[in-house]
Design a protein around this ligand. Sequence first.
Ligand SMILES: Nc1ncnc2c1ncn2[C@@H]1O[C@H](COP(=O)(O)OP(=O)(O)OP(=O)(O)O)[C@@H](O)[C@H]1O
Ligand SMILES: [Mg+2]
Length: 849
Amino acid sequence: MSDGRVAADDPSEGSIDDLLARLGTGPDGLATAEAARRLAVHGPNETGAGRGRPAVLRFLAKFLNPLVLILLFASALSAATGDVASFAIVVFLVVASVTLDFVQETRAEAVIAALRRSVALGASVRRDGRDAAVPAATVVPGDVVRLAAGDLVPADGRLISAADLYVGEAALTGEPYPVEKRVDPEGGAADGAGAVFAGTSVISGSALAVIVRTGRATAFGRLAGSLAAAPPPTAFELGIRRFGAMILRLTVFLVLFVATVNVAFDRPWLEALMFALALAVGLTPELLPMIVTVTLSRGARRLAARRVVVKRLATMHNVGAMDVLLTDKTGTLTEARIRMIRHVDCRGADSDRVFRLAYLNSRFESGIRSALDEAILEHGEPDVSAVTKLDEVPFDFERRRVSVLLDDGGTRLLVAKGAPEDILALSSFYEAADGTVLPLDPAARAAIAAVFAGLGEDGLRALGIASRAMPADHVSAVLSDESALVFAGYAVFLDPPKASAAEAVRDLVDAGVTVRILTGDNDRVTRHVCRELGIPVRALATGEDLAAMGEDALAARVGEVDVWCRVTPAQKERVLAAWRRTGAVVGFLGDGINDASAIHAADVGISVDSGADVAKEAAGLILLDQDLRVVRDAVIEGRRTVENVTKYVLMGSSSNFGNMVSMAGASLFLPFLPMAPTQVLLNNLLYDASEAGIPFDRVDDAALARPVRWDLGLIRRFMLVLGPVSSLFDFATFYLLLRLFGPDPALFRTGWFVESLATQVLVIFLIRTRGSPLASRPHPALAALSLAAVAAALLLPVTPLGAAFGFVPLPWSFHLLLVGLVGGYLAVVEVVKRAFFRRRAAAPSHRSA
Ligand SMILES: Nc1ncnc2c1ncn2[C@@H]1O[C@H](COP(=O)(O)OP(=O)(O)OP(=O)(O)O)[C@@H](O)[C@H]1O
Ligand SMILES: [Mg+2]
């Protein structure tokens, strides 16, 4: 094709040979150079619709705020009537403020994007005839990819080979059950059974597929483009939005009010309109999104230093609010390295026969390969050259077992391994030490179960191993073959508790996070691990108990059960849902395919970099090292984020808001406007600049000790209490300024400009802590910016720039007055603030469990 593209059409149609020819590839994939060339032509394999508008457009979009537009329009009008200077000033101030916003936000987003790339999904492709791990975004049409259980399918492709491949297509078709896929040599099979699609995941089995189309050309890419599937907003995002809406309503009301009154009093309408608009600009927390993003990205960067990657920003506040953490056991509470230490027969004596069977099973199973399989394969290498695999019943987390059908030197053999209770229950015979097969009478069954119980008491994990001779005409294995088995013995593993986990759990509990364990493993082993780690187990329940509970019974018990054992993936999700219904903010930490749906459903989904694709994809936080200790760091960082955003909002909604309201009120009884529109805008710009340090601010330890939730009610009450304090001082200021200067607009405006800015800005030193401002040191950047803003306001009146804004030098008597007013204001705010938080601390808390 002329533009260098290879044919990218429906992966289900046509024969495989034809498709490979058209894609210019073969079963061995592409050469690296050719793949690079195709990547340049076809673009990256990404479906994300929200990806990068050019920076210029994003910058310009910031002007598309109706307030800003009306303001620019009005000042253009006033320029037309002669006031060109004020037009220039308005344009300058608007551009300065948008630039401040844009630069900060862009830098923050770049940090986050870089972090996200660091945990991007990979794909296993054939390049230059070898398997290579590449980022999934670099997969191109013609690539041959290898798929295994737990993988996300990187792009749309056609199966070249497949073994017991089951795929979850819910994201694409809504179909909740796994769909079987098989090679379709000639093409056209119903329901695309010969093809795999981006956005779906491999549940079990393995395959090789040739990629036919990538990125937005995929079925999922087109869907994502049309639906623009944005995740639902989190409680924090909703809270921020509600806060914005609350301020907006007040602003609209105030602007209409000021405009009406001024028109009613026959004042110059254009100036009145500009004044009202400038007030509105002063009122809107236009920096809020920027402050949120910058605060979050700063938190994300600090966490990156602890090797935790924040993939989804909203997770950052949720983790600060998290009251409950549900976690799996393997790798989190135990060392990730599992070792096989023994292989014993039905009496508990060492047996090579059991090892051989276990090895055969692990060696030939093609589905989910777990750490247990790795441990078996590493343990030794018996000669299996005479063995061929015929079929398998793949592993799944409901059955908790896997069986392979083998031809072992002429005899057909089904070898099963899995959770011991279940394997034993499916057995009707057992192998005695001399190899004879005996029926499993109740006494033998009890003896074999006792061996398993003994291993569990010692904290050893075990898998049951069993086999069954099959007739020679048996070519495919089915579920019902897993019956009348001959029990052989146990494969025994050591999965030692992780020393650091005990402290990590304690730290989380100290930080006010309830920790609960959900595991697919059995109760003895889990109890043992908890005992070793000193984690109290007051109540333990199993998946079987859970299955017998209705929703009400579960709701009643979920709070008290410390450990859930032998739970299936669906049950993990059920426990999670029950916790969420208690009103708690719930985190889920897991690394496996069996954890993915619970991770997805959690408020805080946490996975590890080495985890399965599906788990990583569902998570909002990725731990580069599987270590519970860093979860606490994330919790603290999340709390810090929420606290700092709250500071900004409390500032905006108390002091700044009060000032603007007072100014609107003053415009009623003063014979002139209390500030010129350009002065209001300048006041707002300086105020904004002073707040740019908030994301970097320190947060008191006391505020980080408990989960922090975004609390709009608190903000509203704070505003109602501190608003009047601020207004009281404003009106005192107006009165004193009139007394001091008489009805001189220039002096009055200059005095009020300086006073209002000083009070608005300096109050941050009180609001940023619930305790004494003297005991809590602010971050130097915040202190410097705040003091610089106040200094600028004090110096402006004596500069030519100040003169351009209409300011005049102030007499020394004013500065005395200023010190008195600001000092008095801060003192009263401090007293009121203490009383406010003391009352709140006394009120009953709403925290669950
Ligand atoms: N490869 C395997 N072959 C046979 N059985 C297995 C295999 N992997 C796991 N099982 C069985 O399935 C059970 C559940 O698996 P697993 O322990 O991975 O679940 P989990 O919920 O992830 O537990 P954890 O909290 O320990 O991570 C195991 O206890 C074991 O009995
Ligand atoms: Mg697990």
